[in-house]
Design a binder for this molecule. Structure first.
Ligand code: SF4
Ligand code: SF4
Ligand code: FES
Length: 237
């Protein structure tokens, strides 16, 4: 057990505006996570808002910036951070809704057009005839859709048109395992100034990704594929 100071970003349009940091002294036990502490604080202040669902690092909804780094709050143990003061802020580069809650719309606007089928080829059983709804789900199977990579990416912060690490990683998976998707159109989508050529390859996205998607590495894969393809087709893809 140790006493830790929490500084929590607060913002509510019309109520807490401009933003401020609220400070709390909290006794923290070894097993407690940042999300555990937020839930405890919320018992005293029900207006404190944040997102969460699963509590075990699989839904991707509790992304936030803790001590300057993008993390999933539900799997980030407070005492393992090793600081007496813990600063908790919303993800960067997303519209802010309230306190630690951001609007994820820009994430899905970039991500969904890639068209990642949910079912991997290795798991696909044609005679199983999945229901129509399953057929329409699209996601990159390793990606939690948490948005940590977009928050960490300096290019996303300066260029809202940039496709961004998560969508580019999903595009790379379509190239690696198309599962019936139109690979040519995916190449067309990423082979642009705002696609994989916009990345400056400093790999902040891969550093914060909680599920080893390695979006930066996937972007480099796309570039290699494009360059190799062009070399083989006389400059055209
Ligand atoms: S490697 Fe590319 S996508 Fe990843 S953080 Fe850097 S600029 Fe953004
Ligand atoms: S690529 Fe990683 S960091 Fe980015 S949204 Fe997916 S799981 Fe989160
Ligand atoms: S609550 Fe689901 S990943 Fe944190």
């Amino acid at each position: 057990m140790a006493e830790v100071t929490f500084k929590i970003y607060r913002y509510k349009p019309g109520a807490i505006d401009p933003p401020r940091y609220d400070t709390f002294r909290v006794d923290v036990e070894a097993h407690e996570t940042v999300l555990d502490i937020l839930e405890r604080l919320r018992l005293d202040d029900p207006t404190l808002t944040y997102r969460h669902s699963c509590h075990h690092g699989s839904c991707g909804t509790c992304g936030m910036v803790v001590n300057g780094k993008e993390v999933l709050a539900c799997v980030t143990r407070v005492l393992e951070l090793g600081t007496d003061t813990v600063v908790v802020e919303p993800l960067h580069h997303f519209p802010l809704v309230s306190d630690l809650v951001v609007d994820m719309t820009p994430f899905f606007e970039k991500y969904e057009p890639v068209g990642m089928p949910y079912i991997r080829e290795s798991e696909y059983i044609p005679e199983g005839q999945p229901s129509e709804e399953v057929g329409t789900y699209v996601r990159f199977e390793s990606c939690l859709e948490c948005g940590l990579c977009l928050s960490a990416c300096p290019v996303v912060g300066t260029d809202p048109e940039y496709l961004g690490p998560a969508a580019l990683a999903a595009a790379a998976r379509v190239v690696q395992e198309p599962r019936g998707q139109d690979v040519a159109s995916v190449f067309q989508m990423v082979d642009t100034e705002q696609g994989c050529w916009r990345c400056h390859a400093a790999m902040e996205c891969s550093e914060v990704c909680p599920n080893d998607v390695d979006p930066g590495g996937m972007i480099m894969f796309l570039r290699r594929e494009l360059l190799t393809g062009k070399a083989h087709s006389g400059g055209k893809r």
